[in-house]
Write a protein that binds this ligand. Sequence first.
Ligand code: NAG
Ligand code: NAG
Ligand code: NAG
Length: 345
Amino acid sequence: MNKTNLLVVVVLFLILLQLLTVVIDASTCPPGTYYQEILHRPSCHECFYAEYCPGDGNNYPCPRGTVTPEEGMVACVKCPTIRTNSDQTVCLLADTPKDAREPDINDDENEIYTLDRKTPHWYTTIPVYGLPVGKPMELEYAFVPEQSKYDVPLTMFASLTTGQPNKNNFTWSFEGNNATIIIPYTRPDENTNFFIIYFNVAPTTVQQNSVKFIGRTFKGFQAKFSFVPNTKNSKVIDNIVNEENQVVLEWNNVPSVGRFNVSITLKDLSHEDDSYKSYSVCYSKQPSITYPNSFNSNLVVADNVNKQINIILQNAVGGVVRIGVVFGQLNIVQIDSELRILSNK
Ligand SMILES: *[C@@H]1O[C@H](CO)[C@@H](O)[C@H](O)[C@H]1NC(C)=O
Ligand SMILES: *[C@@H]1O[C@H](CO)[C@@H](O)[C@H](O)[C@H]1NC(C)=O
Ligand SMILES: *[C@@H]1O[C@H](CO)[C@@H](O)[C@H](O)[C@H]1NC(C)=O
């Protein structure tokens, strides 16, 4: 290419660039998007949940009683019951009690709520956007008692199909401390982003009127291994983009010996800047805890991604050993783990 041709190409490119910047304005944003300038660069953005973008360049909040369960919607959907969750992403079931309460489980503040016998009804929205479609997995929802109230037993009934689950029509139930239910879940399609779970939960004993708790969901994948001494297991998990990601490493047929050495390394295969990314490794001595996490475990160790975490389990009971690995902000992750016997005492 000679110099004149090069000059022509450069000039054409500059003209094109100029055209592109001029072309985007409020009137050109298609329905489902809205116009916004970020750092003086005009662009069209996808309409967010609980908003609608009719195509006039603006985004508007959904009116009361309507929802948008997807992004990029041109209109809000009216709920038959005129009742919605507070995020306006899911309609409430018709039989949801008027006094049902909604804890903000996605709030990182660890807000403390009071469970009492007079108003036992709750519902909570579980976000599933970003989870892989068609892959069976398990979600865990836990009512974790406030530190000082661990000894208050709870009775819980939960359902997806009735706003008033009770002892006759529940899908999941729980009685005891650390109230936790496991919800088998397969995300059916890309457009399913949320669902609501309804609870009836209160202190079991009449003497105890109320108990403080923190509500939490964990989205878990189970990685099951049969115990073979001194064998490294490696697992790649992809496309999980939720804040509260969790993989449970489960070893079966572990002999009952005194001490184990568990070593775990997390590699960020998305190769983004991971200097600030951390993960934690959790172990609970209670076999009933299937998703050990930072709220229900006896041992929690955290470090940065790409650094190995080693924990020593003392007096571990054999059989099934579960280690929860909790991490966030990572798309593709490789987990290397090894469970080794240290002694037979
Ligand atoms: C469950 O029981 C409650 C209270 O009796 C009732 O209001 C609700 O409709 C029932 N739900 C189902 C699905 O049977
Ligand atoms: C546990 O295993 C790790 C990794 O193999 C090793 O670096 C560490 O020294 C071991 N700890 C003990 C107490 O054996
Ligand atoms: C869970 O419940 C048991 C009693 O059943 C209690 O000893 C333990 O401290 C509780 N706490 C956590 C964090 O799981």
